[in-house]
Design a binder for this molecule. Structure first.
Ligand SMILES: [Zn+2]
Length: 248
């Protein structure tokens, strides 16, 4: 099947051989299909659609290269990331600038140790929970509590599992306080496909993003601005949290 780019009043879509659109005219730019996937742009964000005209991922990347060898290279907050033809991220760049490769869900891959180059490693782990530092965001004391269950919201957790998460959260908080962290913030991710809980000690520089402390802006700032020295401190801090968990 041959698809052609078409523009109507400044917005782009693809049409088939009969001039019928396969998607809505909502794109500011579209590029030709490569390996059955086309890069599309809305405002300043890129994503991909397949030949059914369906978006295979969110239109949220700063750059998107044409597919090659069944992978699309995109850029997110200054870092490279690789998508497969289902639109799933299969590799991301960690804050040590190494590619972490995985299949499917990244949180599951962390949970089942498919990712072997996780910065800081595992700070705590049992049959349900894994505690790590955020592999992509170099903020000292940024701890991620992950669960080994691919669910998106806490409503799918059992009471026992919820208690386990609270217990670990409390131990992380104690560890951070013991290591001098103050004003510890807790964020939950119930929007992506795999539930996670983030614990971050608040730091003065975060206040430029308002009292509400927008997590997205904080993590973007950290990815762009943290120095190698600060990244080393992140790893050192992770080591201290691990020791705390081992001895308490
Ligand atoms: Zn998962």
């Amino acid at each position: 099947m041959l698809y052609r780019k078409k523009e109507i009043s400044g917005k782009w879509a693809f049409v088939n051989e009969n001039d019928e659109p396969i998607c809505d005219f909502i794109y500011d730019e579209v590029r030709d299909f490569c390996e059955n996937v086309a890069a599309v742009r809305i405002k300043n964000k890129w994503g991909y659609i397949n030949q059914k005209g369906k978006q295979i991922c969110e239109i949220r990347y700063d750059k998107a290269d044409d597919f090659q060898n069944r992978l699309g290279v995109v850029e997110k907050e200054g870092k490279k990331c690789y998508l497969n033809q289902k639109g799933e991220e299969v590799a991301v760049t960690n804050f040590l600038n190494e590619e972490m490769v995985f299949e499917g869900c990244k949180s599951c891959a962390i949970g089942n140790h498919t990712i072997t180059n996780l910065p800081g490693g595992y700070l705590y782990e049992d049959n349900f929970i894994n505690v790590t530092i955020d592999p992509e965001v170099p903020i000292i004391g940024f701890i991620v509590i992950g669960i080994k269950k691919h669910i998106s919201t806490t409503t799918e957790l059992t009471r026992g599992e919820r208690i386990q998460i609270e217990d670990i959260t409390n131990r992380v908080k104690l560890a951070l306080e013991y290591l001098g962290a103050k004003n510890i913030l807790l964020f939950e991710d119930g929007f992506s496909e795999h539930y996670r809980r983030w614990i971050i000690p608040s730091d003065d520089w975060m206040f430029q993003f308002g009292r509400g402390k927008n997590l997205k802006k904080i993590t973007m700032y950290a990815k762009k601005n943290m120095t190698d020295k600060q990244k080393k401190e992140c790893l050192l801090f992770a080591e201290k949290v691990r020791s705390f968990f081992e001895s308490n």
